[in-house]
Design a protein around this ligand. Structure first.
Ligand SMILES: Cc1ncc(C[n+]2csc(CCOP(=O)(O)OP(=O)(O)O)c2C)c(N)n1
Length: 272
């Protein structure tokens, strides 16, 4: 896909997330905007998914380990036709519905793993990648981690395991927005320089601007040809795309009011 198409897709994802969080008064807008460009390039160009068959053996596995950003995942799936927009807007955060604020296994085509409790996704991803190796299938596994999530020890067990089993079919994004739910990294628990750490864990490690679709695309081109597991440190801004939401701890939790919604749509339209 052309870079401009990825950018259009990212913009549509943000618009849908904005509308969802405004209408439903639910979801995590800052966290979802942070990884919108990553989702756009993944689904625009790399994830092999039969949108008509969630059981298709050739489907790749995507795990949103920072599960609270599910609205961005649903919006990405809706924008590639794997989930209808009607269902997206009808069922998100609806009592009895399956499109929860955190992703639930088998709730939509392409969602194989429930997440929400941080620190679980990489271990699950390693298991899936190892299973594909054992079954001699060439499917890939994409895991999206939060950087605050990387404070969890279980994440580092996953990084160790990936090297041991030579999981070059595993591609991990770290959404490095340096803001968690209670403050910035340096106020909570700073991960410091992640690149040398990940290299020392045996990863093909790339560091990019996580809002540049071109850099995300280049990193994925590199990753799919790597003989090692790949970690992509994507430097991002939480809430990226609407000035009011950017890099503010409040917008981890807050839902847009009418004025934020209208201003947000205006800015997203201007950037389209
Ligand atoms: C095990 C666990 N502990 C705490 C939480 C509550 N929680 C939800 S989001 C969040 C912050 C996550 O920060 P980060 O991983 O940096 O993701 P971001 O939203 O900034 O992209 C926390 C602590 C959780 N979901 N799971």
């Amino acid at each position: 896909m052309e870079i401009s198409k990825y950018q259009e897709l990212a913009n549509s994802i943000r618009k849908d997330v904005l509308t969802l969080t405004y209408e439903k008064k639910a979801g995590f807008i800052g966290s979802s905007f942070s990884c919108a460009d990553i989702f756009a390039v993944l689904y625009g160009g790399y994830v092999r998914l039969n949108i008509n068959d969630s059981e298709d053996e050739s489907n790749d596995t995507v795990i949103l380990s920072k599960g609270h950003a599910a609205s961005a995942w649903y919006a990405a799936l809706a924008n590639i036709g794997a989930l209808s927009k009607e269902r997206l807007f009808e069922e998100f955060h609806k009592s009895g519905g399956r499109l929860g604020v955190h992703p639930k296994r088998n709730s939509a085509t392409g969602i194989e793993t429930s997440t929400g409790s941080l620190g679980q996704g990489l271990g699950l991803g390693c298991g899936a990648a190892l299973a594909y190796k054992i079954k001699k299938q060439n499917n890939r596994v994409f895991v999206i981690l939060g950087d605050g999530e990387c404070n969890e020890g279980s994440v580092w067990e996953g990084f160790m395991l990936a090297k041991k089993y030579k999981l070059n079919n595993l591609i991990v994004f770290i959404d490095r927005n340096r803001l968690q739910s209670y403050g910035h990294d340096d106020e909570v628990l700073n991960m410091g320089e992640m690149k040398p750490r990940l290299e020392s864990f045996g990863f093909n490690t790339l560091e990019i601007d996580g809002h540049s679709c071109k850099e995300i695309d280049d990193a994925l081109k590199n990753a799919v040809n790597s003989d090692k597991p790949t970690a992509i440190i994507a430097n991002t801004i939480k809430g990226k795309g609407v000035a009011e939401f950017e890099d503010k701890v409040l917008w981890h939790y807050k839902w847009p009011e009418k004025e934020h919604y209208e201003q947000g749509l205006k800015e997203l339209k201007e950037n389209a």
